[in-house]
Design a protein around this ligand. Structure first.
Ligand SMILES: [Zn+2]
Length: 227
């Protein structure tokens, strides 16, 4: 009889007691998990990403550009998805660097091609509007501000990251307007930052080390002339 009761108790335990370590799961939320499901900041088509391109841009320069999708943590600490237009040869560098940015939780405001209507002035791509919005961008067929020389952005071989935290500084002049460079602030690049190191290890130059002016947002990797 005792044996029978023993078997019954054992059977009851097997059927009704959950295995150790298993905790009842709360009902699943319907909201997407921002750690795995990014918030979409940019989802432009190829045609949209190049609409309004300066007609002076040579076709061979245009042909090298690629619309690339990237993911990053925003200042809201949520995962976001954006897009960059960059020389196709630099795509791997950019994806590796964005992976490092995610790993070290470096916050990025937004990554939207400068061709987006919100960054257009008189129909043209406007770097000032992009910077004012603290937007990260790469390709823009344009000259260096205040000069007639083409920027490395004009070949898709330069990127500007978080311009408000990493402004262009020359003496008292600072751009974008209202920006400040504070190495302690979240989203700011310094010489020792893992992101700056990652760029430099891959042969990119950082504007934060320039002598007469500092362009803390700017990294470039000029194309080595082919023989
Ligand atoms: Zn730049």
């Amino acid at each position: 009889m005792n044996k029978v009761i023993g078997y019954l108790v054992l059977l009851w335990c097997l059927v009704y007691l959950p295995p150790r370590g298993v905790v009842a799961q709360p009902p699943r939320s319907e909201a997407p998990d921002s750690r795995t499901q990014p918030i979409i900041d940019s989802a432009m088509t190829e045609a949209e990403a190049f609409a309004g391109l300066d007609p002076a841009c040579p076709p061979e320069v245009r042909a090298r550009q690629k619309l690339v999708t990237v993911t990053y943590f925003g200042f809201d600490d949520k995962l976001h998805q954006g897009q960059l237009v960059i020389d196709q040869q630099l795509e791997q560098d950019i994806q590796e660097i964005f992976r490092i940015a995610r790993e070290c939780r470096f916050p990025i405001q937004s990554v939207i091609p400068i061709s987006h209507p919100q960054f257009r002035r008189n129909g043209r791509w406007d770097d000032d509007l992009s910077m004012q919005a603290n937007n990260t961008s790469a390709f823009n067929y344009r000259v260096i501000a205040g000069t007639t020389r083409l920027s490395n952005h004009a070949s898709g071989r330069a990127i500007d990251i978080n311009p408000m935290q990493n402004p262009y500084v020359r003496g008292d002049y600072i751009s974008p307007k209202g920006a400040a460079y504070n190495p302690q602030a979240h989203g700011t690049l310094t010489a020792e930052h893992p992101l700056t190191r990652a760029f430099r290890q891959r042969g990119w130059d950082w504007g934060g080390t320039w002598e007469t002016r500092q362009d803390y947002q700017h990294f470039d990797k000029p194309r080595i002339a082919e023989e």
